[in-house]
Design a protein around this ligand. Structure first.
Ligand SMILES: [Zn+2]
Length: 521
């Protein structure tokens, strides 16, 4: 088999014993030599093919530990209300977008953030009806925990004043008891799948577009958190040989029993598509005031415990006993405490159970994560997007917020991701946020709670080796060493020597997965 030698590069290997190299050799999908060109050539025999990297800076392929690729793929062709400054601007954007939709398709997408509107009030169905009266519309808030729907969508889903609130959710009602068009938490599930089903474009085809986008920002692996339809689409792409990024595919809790029945176990699969953890929810989100806090919000509520504690314990025990790791969404500090309690009580085996987001934590729980071997799966850009909300809603309570420094110092495993499409998928935006804790406009100067900043090297490690560790793949991915997969990227700016302010603008020139060039600028 021909050996491919990539030469003439500054290669940051991620291997502390040999941090920088100038050449590497690939056979099949794996690295067989890493070093300087002479030593690499000496180590191999037989036919070779030379690839000159023209002095590029090379990093291990970046690995997003929490991303919704099916949602991202659908968002590529769905309404985007991010950045709107008012309800009127949102309605104008909807009006402009509607002519693009095929007949019969629901208006979907959204990502509106009424906290950022001129009048920061959640909208109602009448406003949506005024621009979209006939076609059903189901528009998610930025964090996905609240949906804004129109009257046609409520009608299509059979929701009216007599419909009871589902457990763990709310159909918000006006003074007359009529639904306002705002659905919270599990109530958003009353319409789940209806918008997607109304659009007949194939998810696998859409995922190919998303894959291009992910490769273009330097991602060579992802932990996908979306549903079973997404898994089916990835299986189809893998079997057709069209998968160009590697996928660790989470199981939604609704499919846990099916997965157990089918004998799926975390880590099963091949280097392209593996079974991931089951995804559980402990609470909601900060922006929707539904994350579960030990101390109440200014309005007196403690947020929502989406999965009752006893169910959490049962699900953790059931999944782990079947060889399936658990990844539980926990944003509020009380949610994280309960998740760790449940892991302590019910986890079995040597599975890498995780806390997703881990945004607000009791200090003692950070130590407990390390002791229990629980992975903190965090998204640095959530921190910089949420600075105002945290200051406004959480004031000065003595908890740790987005505390990746403390997580690392406690000795817990840290994996980074984007949570796209909630945030942009660009890992260099995340690396910048982790290192500065500033928005891209440089505010707040010095960074939000700057004692929690990471070094560039630590941030890149959490976006490579940390994510690999969370998936149990640290021997295959996360660094460029002999025996590991030849997944790497060439970037136009060396993040280790550039100005920190340049980090969000680092551009990817090429993405190589399994030794093959999969994307080029
Ligand atoms: Zn998510």
């Amino acid at each position: 088999m021909t050996v491919r030698i990539f030469r003439n590069a500054r290669i940051y290997t991620g291997d502390p014993s040999k941090p920088v190299a100038t050449a590497l050799a690939v056979q099949g999908e794996r690295l067989i030599a890493v070093g300087d060109e002479r030593s690499v050539r000496e180590m191999i025999s037989g036919p070779t093919e030379l690839v000159d990297l023209d002095g590029a800076c090379v990093l291990p392929g970046l690995y997003d530990a929490h991303i919704h690729t099916a949602s991202l793929a659908r968002d590529l062709t769905s309404l985007d209300l991010r950045g709107t400054g008012s309800l009127a601007e949102a309605l104008q954007r909807i009006t402009d977008f509607l002519p693009r939709l095929p007949d019969g398709a629901w208006l979907s997408g959204g990502r509106w953030d009424s906290n950022r509107w001129a009048v920061p009030v959640q909208p109602d169905r009448q406003a949506l009806d005024s621009v979209c009266p006939d076609r059903p519309a189901d528009l998610s808030s930025i964090d996905g925990h609240t949906h804004w729907v129109n009257t046609a969508a409520l009608r299509a889903a059979g929701i009216d004043r007599t419909t009871p609130d589902p457990i763990g959710g709310e159909i918000v009602r006006d003074l007359d008891g009529e639904p306002t068009g705002i659905l919270r938490e599990s109530a958003t599930g009353l319409l789940r799948g209806m918008a997607a089903a109304s659009d007949t474009r194939d998810l696998a085809d859409r995922l190919l577009d998303a894959q291009e986008l992910l490769l273009s920002v330097g991602l060579t692996s992802v932990h996908d958190i979306d549903g079973e339809d997404c898994r089916a689409a990835y299986l189809k792409l893998r079997d057709a040989g069209k998968l160009a990024i590697r996928v660790h595919k989470a199981i939604p809790v609704t499919a846990l029993e099916l997965a157990i029945e089918e004998g799926r176990r975390t880590g099963d699969g091949d280097d392209w598509l593996r079974t991931g953890p089951v995804k559980l929810f402990s609470d909601g989100a900060l922006g929707s005031h539904t994350c579960h806090m030990s101390e109440p919000f200014p309005d007196g509520s403690h947020g929502i415990a989406v999965t009752p504690y006893d169910d959490l314990v049962r699900l953790v025990g059931r999944a782990n006993a079947a060889g399936i790791a658990v990844a539980t969404h926990a944003i509020g500090d009380q949610a994280a405490t309960l998740v760790l309690d449940a892991y302590e009580q019910a986890a079995t085996g040597r599975l890498r159970n995780r806390v997703e987001h881990a945004q607000h934590l009791q200090w003692a729980d950070i130590k407990r994560m390390a002791q229990l071997g629980v992975v903190a799966s965090m998204q640095p850009t959530h921190c910089t997007s949420d600075i105002d909300l945290v200051e406004q809603l959480l004031g000065d309570r003595d908890i740790a917020s987005y505390a990746w420094r403390s997580v690392l110092d406690a000795g817990a495993a840290l994996a980074f991701g984007s949570d796209a499409p909630v945030e942009e998928p660009h890992p260099f935006h995340g690396i910048y946020a982790a290192v500065t804790r500033m928005r891209q406009d440089g505010t707040p100067p010095g960074g939000f709670q700057p004692e929690q900043r990471l070094s560039v090297s630590e941030a890149i490690s959490a976006f490579t080796l940390g994510s690999a560790y969370a998936a149990g793949e640290e021997r295959d991915k996360g660094a460029l060493t002999v025996g590991r997969l030849a997944d790497f990227i060439a970037v136009d700016t060396d993040p280790y020597v550039s100005e920190i302010a340049e980090l969000p603008r680092v551009k990817v020139d090429a993405s190589v997965v399994g030794g093959e060039l999969r994307w080029q600028a």
